[in-house]
Structures are given as structure tokens and as C-alpha cells.
Design a protein around this ligand. Structure first.
Ligand code: FAD
Ligand code: 2HG
Ligand code: ZN
Length: 479
């Protein structure tokens, strides 16, 4: 492998082939701190040509490649396994916004551009790039595309796959596919762009993308609403959709436990309501500069919701600063739960009509399986997507002394995961709504798919990556 490392150094320069333990440390452990691997090297190419040359060299040497963007993924797809044989290919140096065309409604970027920088470039052009994630200050557009990321704007604008018009991809043998056409209409065969979206680095390395832009939303009406339960939240969603139509841009849910963690761990956070409630929703209406009356619409919706027992109380944002404070309560939950200690993460979708019954049914089972466990339940209820995350019991050593938890806790957690997956599958849901499968969920997901579906997925993988060198172990379990 010395030959390979020399070749990689020739391509990207000595400074961008990292092998020392201290240098690679940040690239081999995931955001949760739970998944840690080892890398043959971390390579940081600075252009599409360099990515192509790196991938070609790895292909010739038979070295597996793990593409990595901001390393904010939550399913261990962007970190190498423990073998020490995989090359981490970081897109972190590819940060150029190549073009913005406000009239066509497109922005063309390198894959390593951070999501917040794409949003900012769109804003400078008087447009909106709507994708919004708690990790937007560090995740990259390549990672968003590779995971088909969701977030808080899916209700109105759709998942990442609905925001992309074209891609540039380095294929597993080092060839470059230039699909950066950016056309709204192009019915000339299989949709290769969509094939790579959500492929989690297993079919190639995304190096560039043409993304869709929308009219800027400069007016907002935002409220943090106490609701009696999940069923009421779903009914309130229906009311808000009926009244606000396309202006409804956010409808997020959080339980009291989630809010309490944010209040405990997020500096400056305060409960906007006088009385505690078991459940809350964050509702936002958004419009362009000419959309008047959003505040009145929201007030009317909330008033009717209280009358119909769908809401208990609400704090309406009276200024941009108050709006940010309400958003921080929602966006701070992941970070707060991480500070709290060991977490079993669940990212499930259910048909919206079944959400409330599912929560009622799974709660007692979880409590019986692991007494004292704290469900920190939140997420994108408008998309049927709950993060049914379980924090270790407050008394557990894992919640104060270690991220990984003790062996008993890990065994109980594995059992719980299976019980949760089974109940989600039985309700026609999905065990990964938006985070993908990575190495953490690949095996479980395959066991909930039909043989035909897994065969088709393996056939696609073989066709594009016959040597199995692109991110092996992620998305699909080893055959
Ligand atoms: P990485 O973590 O680096 O990689 C993720 C996967 O994509 C890996 O399989 C990797 O191999 C592959 N990959 C990365 N770049 C490329 C590329 N250029 N070409 C091919 N494959 C590539 N996710 C949501 O969906 N919704 C949320 O609301 C959300 N909120 C989050 C909040 C926090 C605080 C955190 C930490 C994470 C959150 N995430 C969320 C998860 C994560 O941010 C997303 O999955 C994001 O899309 C990952 O982007 P990344 O650049 O960090 O990718
Ligand atoms: C969110 O919606 C993210 O905040 C992160 O998808 C969820 O950390 C998590 O489990
Ligand atoms: Zn989410």
C-alpha cells in the first residue's frame, strides 16, 4: 500500500494525504462519538480531476474508498470500518459555488460546499435554498445528496432529491459522469441523477450539483404551541394545512423531555410558556415580501385550535430574535441529548394517521423493557417522521460516564431497537426516514425488505461498482 500512498501524494500533494493518528482522528469517528473506525489514509482532493485520479488509483490498488463530507451523518456511513484498509476521501476542500442563476432558479456548487454557505449564496442572489438541518453549519451538499437528507423544510419543499436537477459524479473506476445540465425537462432515459441521490457513497463520489432555488421567504409567523398529545398535533396539522395552504412551511413536534434537555443544556434557553405541557409543536407560516397577513392567519388558526381542544397555549414570536429563540428550542434537541449521555437513536416514519397510536403503543413496551429510559421524542410530524430517541436512565452510569454505555445497557438497547423496528414495519413505516442506513442500519434494513428489493439493490450496486470498492459495508450489508 506504500505505492498507493505515494501515488495519492503525487495527485493531491503531501499535505493532503493524512496518515498520522492525530491528523486522521476527526475523520474516523462519527458525530455521535459511538462509531469509531481506522483509515489507511485520509485524502483531501481539491478538484474533480483530483477526485477522479484518487478514485482511479484506489481502484487499481483494490483499496476501498469512503467518501466523507462534513461527517455529521448519524448512521456511521461516512466513517471507515475498523479494518484500517479503507481510504477516507474528504470533499472538505471542494467549496466553490460555481454559478448562481436566479432566473433559471439554479445554483451550481462543488459537493464540499457547506449547506449554510449554499443558503447564504442563494440569499445574496435574492433567492431561497430551502433545505434546513440542525447540522447546516457543517454538513456538505454532497453529504446531503448522498443521504437524501430531510430536515425541517420537507413539508413544503420536499427531500433533497426534490431539490436537485443534475450531478457530477466520479464513478468507482475513476471516470467522470458530467450530468450538470440543470434542465427542468430531460426525458432522455434512466434518471441517473436520482440513482446517486441517497446512495450513501456506495455508487460513486458526487463532486458537483445543480440545485433548485425558490423565491426568498422574508416574512414569517412562528409559534411554539403546547398541544394535548400527538393525535391533537396531527389534527392541528390538518387545520393548518387547510387554512394556510402553501404558506405552511414548518410543523415540528417535541415532547416535554426533549424541551427539558434543551432547557438544561442550551445556554440562554427558556420555556416560552408558563405551564409545562407533555407535547409541543413549532409551527411556521412563511411568505414572500408581498404576502401580508401571515400573523393574522396564524393567530386565527391557533385561536380555533384552542377552541377545538387541539392546542392548550401558544407563544407567538413577536420579533426575529424571538423567532430564533423558538427555533433554537427545536434545533437544539440533538446537541442537548448528546450532552446528556448515551442515546439510542431512532429515525422512523409512519403513515401520519398511525403516528399517535404508535406512540401510545410503543411507550409502555419501551418502559417495561428498560425501566427509567427517557423517550426524547421529536421530529418532523408533518412528514410522519419521528426521532424516537431514547436517553439512558438518568441514574445509569452511561448517562454520566460514557457515551457508549455499559454492556447491559447496550444489550437492552439492541433488543429495544428490534422491537421498535418490528412495530414500525408492522405499521407500514420505515426504520430510516431521513438519516439513511450507513453501517449502523444496513443489516436491519435489508431484513425488512423483500428478497426482490434487496436483489435489485445489489444488481444496481454490481452494475456500477463491480469490485465493491465504494463504501463497502454501508447501505447494503456484505453479501
Ligand atoms: P457525511 O456525514 O460526511 O456522510 C454521510 C454519507 O454520505 C456517508 O455515507 C458518506 O459516505 C456519503 N457522502 C458524503 N459526501 C459524499 C459525496 N460527495 N459523494 C458521495 N457520497 C458522499 N439529517 C436529516 O436528514 N435531517 C435532519 O434534520 C438532520 N439534522 C441533523 C442535526 C444534527 C445536529 C446532526 C449532527 C445531524 C443531522 N442530520 C440530519 C444528519 C446529517 O447532518 C445529514 O445526514 C447530512 O446530510 C450529512 O451530510 P455530511 O456532509 O455531514 O455527510
Ligand atoms: C433532527 O431532526 C435531526 O433534529 C437529528 O434529524 C435527529 O439527532 C437526531 O436523532
Ligand atoms: Zn430530523
Amino acid at each position: 500500500m506504500t505505492d498507493l500512498l505515494d501515488r495519492l501524494r503525487d495527485v493531491v500533494g503531501d499535505d493532503h494525504v493524512l496518515t498520522a493518528a492525530d491528523d486522521v482522528a476527526a475523520y474516523v469517528v462519527d458525530w455521535t462519538g459511538v462509531h469509531a473506525g481506522a483509515a489507511l489514509a485520509v485524502v483531501r482532493p481539491g478538484s474533480t480531476d483530483e477526485v477522479a485520479a484518487v478514485v482511479a488509483a484506489c481502484h487499481e490498488a483494490g483499496a476501498p474508498v469512503v467518501p466523507q463530507g462534513g461527517n455529521t451523518g448519524l448512521v456511521a456511513g461516512g466513517v471507515p470500518d475498523a479494518s484500517g484498509s479503507q481510504v477516507v476521501l474528504s470533499l472538505g476542500r471542494m467549496r466553490t459555488v460555481r454559478d448562481v442563476d436566479p432566473v433559471a432558479g439554479t445554483i451550481t456548487v462543488d459537493a464540499g460546499v457547506v449547506l449554510a454557505d449554499v443558503q447564504a449564496a442563494a440569499e445574496r442572489a435574492g433567492r431561497l435554498f430551502p433545505m434546513s438541518l440542525g447540522s447546516e453549519g457543517s454538513c456538505t451538499i454532497g453529504g446531503n445528496l448522498a443521504t437524501n437528507a430531510g430536515g425541517t423544510a420537507v413539508l413544503r419543499y420536499g427531500m433533497t432529491r426534490e431539490l436537485v436537477l443534475g450531478l457530477e459524479v466520479v464513478l468507482p473506476d475513476g471516470r467522470v459522469w458530467d450530468g450538470l445540465r440543470g434542465l427542468r425537462k430531460d426525458n432522455t432515459g434512466y434518471d441517473l441523477t436520482q440513482l446517486f441521490v441517497g446512495s450513501e457513497g456506495t455508487l460513486g463520489v458526487i463532486t458537483g450539483a445543480v440545485l433548485r432555488l425558490f423565491p426568498a421567504t422574508t416574512r414569517h409567523a412562528t409559534a411554539w404551541v403546547a398541544v394535548p398529545g400527538v393525535a391533537a398535533a396531527v389534527a392541528l396539522l390538518g387545520l393548518a394545512q387547510e387554512r394556510a395552504g402553501a404558506h405552511l412551511s414548518t410543523f415540528e413536534i417535541a415532547n416535554r423531555q426533549a424541551l427539558e434537555l434543551v432547557l438544561a443544556h442550551l445556554p440562554g434557553a427558556s420555556d416560552p410558556l408558563a405551564e409545562p405541557s407533555d407535547w409541543y409543536v413549532l409551527v411556521e407560516l412563511a411568505g414572500t415580501a408581498t404576502d401580508d397577513g401571515l400573523d393574522d392567519s396564524l393567530e386565527a388558526i391557533l385561536g380555533d385550535a384552542v377552541e377545538a381542544d387541539l392546542a392548550i397555549d401558544a407563544a407567538v414570536a413577536s420579533s426575529p430574535a424571538r423567532r430564533s429563540a423558538l427555533w433554537a428550542l427545536r434545533e437544539g434537541i440533538s446537541e442537548a441529548q448528546k450532552v446528556e449521555g448515551a442515546t439510542l437513536k431512532q429515525d422512523v416514519t409512519l403513515p401520519i394517521a398511525r403516528l399517535a397510536d404508535w406512540v401510545d403503543e410503543i411507550g409502555p413496551r419501551v418502559a417495561a423493557a428498560l425501566p427509567g429510559v427517557r423517550p426524547v421524542t421529536y421530529g418532523h410530524v408533518g412528514d410522519g417522521n419521528l426521532h424516537y430517541n431514547l436517553s439512558a436512565p438518568a441514574s445509569s452510569p452511561a448517562s454520566t460516564e460514557g457515551r457508549d454505555g455499559d454492556a447491559d445497557l447496550r444489550a437492552a438497547a439492541a433488543h429495544l431497537s428490534t422491537a421498535i423496528y418490528d412495530s414500525v414495519a408492522a405499521a407500514n413505516g420505515s426504520i430510516s426516514a431521513e438519516h439513511g442506513l450507513g453501517r449502523a442500519k444496513a443489516a436491519a434494513a435489508a431484513s425488512y425488505k423483500s428478497e426482490v428489493e434487496v436483489d435489485l439493490m445489489r444488481a444496481v450496486k454490481r452494475a456500477l461498482d463491480p469490485d465493491g470498492l465504494m463504501n463497502p459495508g454501508a447501505l447494503l450489508p456484505p453479501p
